[in-house]
Design a protein around this ligand. Structure first.
Ligand SMILES: *Cc1c(COP(=O)(O)O)cnc(C)c1O
Length: 379
């Protein structure tokens, strides 16, 4: 039996205040209740429409190709690096968190040369240092950056970074996973060679596929780069161009859900409206948590409205595992921290949630603290 004070999403599930998988709408879940053959004209049409909509989000229909791929977001990032980086190329990877470090690790697996420009996890990537590193290292062919580093929730200055990379004539590869569909990103302001994102996160689809948007002239140069058959985006793009089909079994239900999720993004008013809703979620969450005595890792100026990192309270009555379990029992799933040098936890602001759900989550946090015998964390 469900406890009276347990919150439930309209589908009877706990709310996921995480960076994905996240809470999706009932209509997105219902869109999956079909079978569809992968060689069916309906599927081919669906795939075309989804790819066009994904390009349209960043005004890239005339300049880039959309290449979808099964798997979680990391598969798309790995495929992007494997396809874009030639064996004789060299990547400069801008790192300020775990997802940036993951790109190092991918390069290591791929056997691609890379150099790292790293800042602390609570410090944005530095475009001035980037300018210097690119001047001093002529052998760097590509630069990679994570737009919103989900490790801390920090926003990196993508436009400034893109300007420096373009001025030096190098190619920019963006891990746009946690911001795509909610944070501003347009080919009108940002020149990029490729970006990777997924069906999940701010697009509010279900997890299961990623995609890369790749500049056409750049993609044309990528034959034979990939070390892996299934992660070769050049080959995937060729197949799609030839007959509109994925090379291997596509996650059909995931695409059906994404098509519905993209319609819902449009109905909401597009990227700008979604970004505004998340910003409101983030504001309500941050203010409410601060009022209870929690402290954020980042200043508001550095914070992207995607996920917020809080310092672990040092109150003697506070125990994170108990806090986490009791919040889960109340129907709210939060996320452990991922910061290297501080003890933290995270609460996400993305998904099919609004300020009402955020306020209810705050009430659950307050009730949980009271259950732990804590009136106020600073008391
Ligand atoms: C979520 C995320 C990824 C991909 O993670 P998966 O668990 O593989 O989906 C990559 N980069 C960033 C910045 C992310 O937030």
């Amino acid at each position: 039996m469900m406890a009276d004070d347990k919150a439930q999403s309209p589908d009877g599930d706990a709310y996921l205040l995480t960076p994905g998988p996240l809470t999706t709408s009932t209509t997105v879940k219902r869109a999956m209740l079909h079978d569809m053959g992968s060689r069916d004209v309906n599927f081919i049409g669906l795939n075309r429409r989804v790819c066009r909509q994904l390009l349209d989000i960043v005004d890239a229909c005339d300049s880039h190709d959309c290449v979808p791929l099964p798997g979680s977001g990391t598969f798309a990032v790995e495929a992007m690096l494997a396809t874009m980086l030639p064996a004789e190329g060299k990547l400069l990877n801008l790192v300020n968190g775990a997802y940036g470090r993951r790109i190092n690790e991918i390069c290591h697996y791929l056997g691609r040369a890379y150099q790292v420009q790293e800042t602390a996890e609570d410090v944005p990537v530095d475009p001035v240092a980037l300018d210097r590193v690119l001047s001093e290292n002529r052998d760097i062919t590509h630069v990679s950056v994570v737009y919103c580093e989900t490790t801390s929730g920090i926003l990196n200055p993508l436009q400034e970074i893109a300007e420096v990379v373009a001025r030096h004539g190098r190619a920019l590869l963006i891990d746009a996973m946690s911001g795509f569909g909610a944070l501003p990103l347009s080919t009108r302001h940002i020149t990029f060679s490729a970006l990777a994102a997924s069906s999940n996160k701010c697009l509010q689809g279900v997890p299961g596929m990623g995609f890369c948007l790749i500049r056409r002239e750049a993609l044309a140069q990528c034959a034979g780069h990939a070390h892996s058959l299934s992660l070769d985006l050049y080959a995937q793009a060729q197949a799609l161009k030839k007959n509109g089909q994925w090379r291997f079994t596509p996650p059909v239900q995931c695409l059906l859900a994404l098509a519905q999720a993209l319609d819902e993004l449009n109905e909401e008013g597009g990227v700008r409206a979604r970004g505004r809703r998340y910003l409101e979620n983030c504001r309500v969450l941050t203010e409410g948590m601060r009022a209870m005595g929690f402290r954020t890792l980042l200043s508001d100026a550095l914070q992207a409205p995607i996920i917020v990192t809080f310092h672990m309270p040092d109150h003697s009555g506070f125990n994170f595992q108990v806090f986490f379990n009791r919040l889960s029992a109340r129907g709210y799933i939060i996320y452990p921290g991922k910061i290297t040098h501080a003890d933290t936890f995270r609460i996400g602001c993305i998904g099919a949630l609004g300020v009402d759900e955020m306020r209810a989550a705050l009430a659950a946090v307050k009730a949980t603290l009271e259950q732990m015998g804590i009136d106020h964390l600073n008391a």
